[in-house]
Ligand binder design. Structure first.
Ligand code: G3H
Ligand code: 13P
Ligand code: ZN
Length: 322
């Protein structure tokens, strides 16, 4: 089937109590690892491209890699989404260039300016058959060159969501309930330590999510910053020459619970990066004489596939939902 929008995926996910995984793509191995996992598990999937990914790999290369994945996996719905679009022009370029979904992230602007820019993108996108994700509330962490400190982040205010969705016409809404971008989501002093000395982050604000759900019945909610930063891969990175002290993510059981509620899209990027990096470091350390990139990219691609397989089954619950 051709690339799809997220409309039907989200409706089924909302009704079925699961979420769709949205994974960032930057090169061929990542596209292959994600879509091989989704194809084998008969799972719908969202492939998303950031401004930084476009700058790194080029719009056309990424679109063509995704089109190749669509040809190779004809039985599963695949959406191509712009992650964190920061201007009308960037969103327009992706809409004109074959994306089926865009995010306009005007969450750093005032409420009124966020509405105005989101509405402008929605009007253009809908006229071209493309859906729009917007954001209300600010996540901490790093995305592209924007670094939002924990002090500047703020939870979504549920009393604003109905007016925002009504006035913009957006198709889904990313909210801030305590998730955060990157591999260092919380500082050690924001966490407690369990008996094994592992950092335990503060729980997500399910009260904020539930209040948003009440005000937006049947409406798809999105969670960004939802990597779990598995300690197994942090250890692997550190064991083979890396240095990632105190990396910490969102516990998977909390994301599973969110997926059973109105959260229809969960964004995961850092976990893929971590799995690739850990495996490349390990391969390099164990094979110091190898220099063919295919040799170390092969286990890295397999690590992406294994990570996505685990997420689709155990976190998102969308296996078999294609
Ligand atoms: O939230 C951002 C994603 O992890 C994409 O990251 O901007 O480094 O491509 P990037
Ligand atoms: P992570 O950094 O937690 O993987 O979040 C990715 C994301 O939200 C992409 O938009
Ligand atoms: Zn994000």
């Amino acid at each position: 089937m051709p690339l799809v929008t997220t409309t039907e995926m989200f409706k089924k996910a909302y009704d079925g109590g699961y979420a769709i995984g949205a994974f960032n793509v930057n090169n061929m191995e990542i596209v292959q690892g994600i879509t091989e996992a989704a194809g084998e598990l008969k799972s719908p999937v969202i492939l998303q491209v950031s401004k930084g990914a476009r700058a790194y790999a080029n719009h056309t290369y990424l679109v063509k890699l995704v089109e190749a994945a669509v040809i190779e996996n004809p039985d599963i719905p695949i959406a191509l989404h712009l992650d964190h679009g920061d201007s009308f022009e960037l969103c327009k370029s992706c809409i004109d260039g074959g994306f089926t979904s865009v995010m306009i992230d005007a969450s750093s602007k005032s409420f009124e300016d966020n509405i105005a820019l989101t509405k402008q993108v929605v009007e253009y996108a809908h006229a071209h058959g493309v859906v729009v994700e917007a954001e209300l509330g600010k996540l901490a962490g790093i995305e592209d060159d924007v670094n939002v400190s924990a002090e500047d982040s703020s939870y979504t205010q549920p009393e604003e969501v109905e007016e925002f969705v009504d006035r913009t016409g957006c198709d889904s809404l990313a909210i801030a309930i305590g998730t955060s971008h990157g591999a260092y989501k919380f500082t050690p002093d924001q966490c407690t330590r369990n008996a094994d000395g592992i950092l335990v982050p503060p729980p997500l604000r399910f009260d904020v999510l539930e209040e948003c759900m009440k005000r937006l019945p049947e409406f798809p909610i999105v969670l960004h910053g939802s990597s779990s930063v598995p300690q197994e891969f942090v250890k692997m990175v550190n064991q083979y020459g890396g240095n990632m002290p105190d990396a910490v993510g969102i516990p998977e059981e909390q994301l599973r619970k969110a997926a059973e509620l109105a959260v229809c899209k969960i964004n995961i990027d850092s976990d893929i990066r971590l799995a690739m990096t850990g495996n490349i470091r390990k391969y390099m350390a164990e094979h110091p004489d190898h220099f063919d990139p295919r040799q170390y990219l092969k286990p890295a691609r397999q690590a992406v596939k294994d990570m996505v397989t685990h997420k689709l089954i155990n976190v998102l619950g969308c296996n078999g939902k294609a």
